[in-house]
Design a protein around this ligand. Structure first.
Ligand code: FAD
Ligand code: NAD
Length: 464
């Protein structure tokens, strides 16, 4: 006899667990099926563990500036990698248990095992506990995996993915990171801070190719100060593992010897083949094809998060989950191109990168004439007090409509200003009436915003 539900969610990452909690809150009888530890990539081997290690690494860099801040640090201080990883593991464990508790307290039935849709409305769970489930609605939130490249496949010891990089047994002497995207930049900061000689190899002409050239240029300059070597417009042709590590071969003929090779060239949607076949799901490459309502080609089946390969971001998955749940329970919500365009991008490197809406690059490509308001961190009182003066914020205002179309930021804590930046998008007024607390780092955003209207108080006027 099958267990009956209104909604069954397959996958317990940010997409899946948030969908399940919302369904239950709206009164639907809900179950979630997770084959590993609740929390998915984000909580177990993604957002949270990487930010925990980044926080330790940042603390270490700050400590090195103690003398400049007027502090005498007695004795030596150095990273204790084992303790850094243990701290990270404890944080992860707290959150994964917390999510399980949240699901339980919202009366979501939890099935630990692999979920396969055997026929419309029917799910088989196999694993720790086997079960047959039936549901009016199924939400697929099965996530993604790191892209594995044939010329340098993972051996998970020397040629590793981000998952292994978050739990290496010791600090490697040297690491080549293939890919200067988000993972490449964040991991480079962690390892450079603890003393690894890091080299990033990026195929395209800049780090973070989706961001503006000035953003990547500033990042590269700061990475140099951390001892990170960046080679852009550079392709890896192969990697040979040796007893001591590996030799990375570049297209230029150059080769680099290192202890570890981290391959961070993107992620790929992952869905189990049997489910795809049994439902006759329409696919887009390895991802599940969905419409704006997050509906798949099968009636009553929705898909969200990395499995649909739209944003590959936890907050993208959260937003898609809200839309899928609303529609599954009789609503009419959409993830439009405009909604996707306003999903913030945050990179927790040293310094951080935060952007939302249009970049200057994209505005140029779309032939949108923009005035660019700029403000640096070096003239902000709080930033100078913190000794965190690197960076700049740029606000893009469309010349014709006066509307703010994008905010691009590099600097300490800029990711915390993304929500404020979001509030500016689409507005066409200067912000004389908004009172920013003083001194705060967020005043840099205010200055850049005002500069886009030619009325900045602390930035000298320039012709725009
Ligand atoms: P996942 O989190 O991947 O969850 C899918 C779940 O489904 C998994 O738990 C899996 O075990 C389960 N599953 C799969 N198939 C089945 C099945 N058949 N039966 C049962 N269970 C199944 N994003 C951000 O927004 N901010 C960040 O700072 C950030 N940092 C990251 C750092 C790293 C190193 C990595 C790798 C990723 C990072 N991401 C970040 C991306 C983020 O982790 C993902 O976008 C997010 O986890 C996607 O959520 P999801 O629910 O779609 O999938
Ligand atoms: P990515 O798409 O951000 O970057 C991959 C980089 O690898 C690109 O710059 C690409 O040009 C480069 N590349 C591809 N093939 C290459 C090759 N053969 N040689 C050299 N360079 C090559 O992907 P990622 O960094 O692996 O991250 C995967 C996903 O995880 C991202 O899309 C992101 O959404 C998510 N993530 C987000 C965060 C965050 O929000 N802070 C952090 C980590 C990961």
């Amino acid at each position: 006899m099958a267990d009956m539900f209104d909604v069954v969610v397959i996958g317990g990452g940010p997409g899946g667990y948030s969908a399940a909690i919302r369904c239950a809150q709206k009164g639907a009888r809900t179950a979630i099926v997770e084959k590993n530890i609740m929390g998915g990539t984000c909580l177990n081997v993604g957002c949270i563990p990487s930010k925990s290690l980044l926080a330790s690494a940042h603390f270490l860099i700050q400590a090195k500036h103690a003398a400049l801040m007027g502090l005498d640090l007695e004795g030596s201080f150095r990273p204790n990698w084992r303790k850094m990883v243990a701290r990270k593991d404890a944080i992860v464990s707290g959150f994964t248990k917390g999510v399980t508790g949240l699901l339980q307290s919202n009366n979501v039935a939890i099935y630990n095992g692999t979920g396969v849709v055997t026929a419309p409305g029917k799910i088989r769970v196999s694993g720790a506990a086997s079960a047959e489930l039936e549901a009016k609605t199924i939400i697929l939130a099965t996530g993604s995996e790191p892209v594995n490249i044939g010329a340098f496949p993972f051996d998970y010891k020397t040629i590793i993915s981000s998952t292994e990089a978050l739990s290496l047994p010791s600090i490697p002497q040297s690491m080549v990171i293939i890919g200067g995207g988000v993972i490449g930049c964040e991991m480079a900061c962690i390892y450079a801070a603890v003393g690894t000689k890091v080299t990033i190899i990026e195929a395209l002409s800049q780090l973070l190719p989706n961001e503006d050239e000035w953003v990547a240029g500033l990042l590269e300059k700061e990475f140099k100060k951390l001892g990170i070597t960046v080679q852009t417009s550079c392709k890896v042709t192969g990697v040979q593992t040796t007893g001591a590590g590996a030799t990375v071969q570049l297209e230029s003929g150059q080769s680099i010897a290192c202890e570890k090779v981290l391959v961070a060239v993107g992620r790929r949607a992952k869905v189990d083949a049997e489910t795809v076949k049994n439902l006759g799901l329409q696919m887009k490459g390895t991802a599940i094809a969905v419409n704006e309502k997050m509906q798949t080609s099968a009636a009553g089946v929705y898909a969200i998060g990395d499995a649909v390969a739209t944003t590959y971001l936890a907050h993208g998955a959260f937003q898609e989950a809200q839309v899928a749940v609303a529609n599954a329970l009789g609503g009419d919500e959409k993830m439009t191109p405009q909604a996707y365009a306003l999903i913030p991008r945050a990179v927790y490197s040293f310094p951080e990168v935060g952007s939302i809406g249009l970049t200057e690059k994209k505005a140029r490509a779309m032939a949108i004439d923009c005035i660019v308001g700029k403000a640096p961190f070096r003239s902000n009182g709080r930033s100078v007090s913190h000794n965190e003066t690197i960076g700049e914020i740029r606000v893009l205002r469309e010349r014709a409509s006066h509307k703010i179309l994008g905010v691009n930021m590099v600097g300490a804590s800029v990711t915390e200003m993304l929500a404020a930046a979001r509030a500016l998008i689409g507005s066409a007024e200067s912000i004389d009436n908004v009172c920013f607390a003083h001194p705060t780092v967020s005043e840099v955003l205010k200055e850049a915003w005002e500069d886009a209207f030619g009325v900045s108080l602390h930035v000298p006027p320039t012709k725009k």
